[in-house]
Design a protein around this ligand. Structure first.
Ligand code: DX5
Ligand code: ZN
Length: 215
């Protein structure tokens, strides 16, 4: 059974409290919060101020996905806002090890996200230092895109690497997750499924989360 992390990027920000309440009353395990800077990705979303409001509504784990350059300038602000984990992008960090150390020293779980074109073996020498790998199954920047099938192979390879090194690192898969493809993603080795549009654009989000949970 995978953990389900609905992405609030697809929520209605005019009635955000309602969507947070819905998630709180659902079987969702984590809140997935997508931060975009308009530089690393071609879109701008929200930052620590909005996350502080969202985090104040829940006791669930707040999983913050930073699609930003120079995340070191903001790690403390996200911690103060209520982030339980910070995931930075491999492609956005010149000194990834330093970023990971900073996140851990602030008392948060540390994750690394990889874009669809980044091979999983690039993580070999950081894997033992992190808690989570976020395998992007779409190009980051927008919700509602289609799952890139090649990602399945990457999840399988990463699962092998983690098992070989006897590590306790979670594999999160982010982008284009649906009720139709979730099973193959879990079978490939995923521990956490992020779902934006599949949850928030469904007619019954609570039932959709329950259905994802049951896979
Ligand atoms: C994309 C974000 C995702 C996105 C997922 O850049 O990182 O978390 O919100 O949305 P869906 O599930 O709609 O692809
Ligand atoms: Zn995300």
């Amino acid at each position: 059974m995978a953990l389900i992390a609905p992405s609030l990027l697809s929520a209605n920000f005019l009635t955000l409290q309602k969507d947070c309440d819905m998630l709180n009353s659902s079987q969702a395990d984590w809140f997935h919060l997508d931060v975009m800077d308009g530089r690393f990705v071609p879109n701008i979303s929200f930052g620590p101020m909005i996350i502080k409001f969202i985090a104040s509504t829940t006791t669930k784990f707040c999983d913050v996905h930073l699609m930003i350059e120079e995340p070191e300038h903001y790690a403390e602000a996200f911690k103060d806002a209520g982030a339980n984990s910070l995931t930075v992008h491999f492609e956005a960090c010149k000194h990834l090890h330093r970023n990971i150390q900073q996140i851990k020293s602030l008392g948060m779980k540390a994750g690394v996200a990889i874009n669809p074109h980044t091979p999983v073996y690039f993580l070999k020498d950081i894997l033992a230092d992190i808690d989570l790998v976020c395998v992007m199954s779409v190009n980051p920047g927008f919700g509602g895109q289609s799952f890139i099938p090649h990602t399945i192979l990457k999840i399988q390879q990463l699962r092998e690497m983690i098992n070989e090194q006897l590590l306790n690192v979670k594999i999160e898969v982010d982008g284009g997750i649906t009720l139709a493809n979730a099973k193959s993603v879990i079978e490939a080795g995923a521990d956490v499924l992020v779902a934006g549009n599949t949850v928030f654009k469904s007619t019954d989000p609570i039932a959709t989360i329950a259905a994802l949970k049951q896979i």
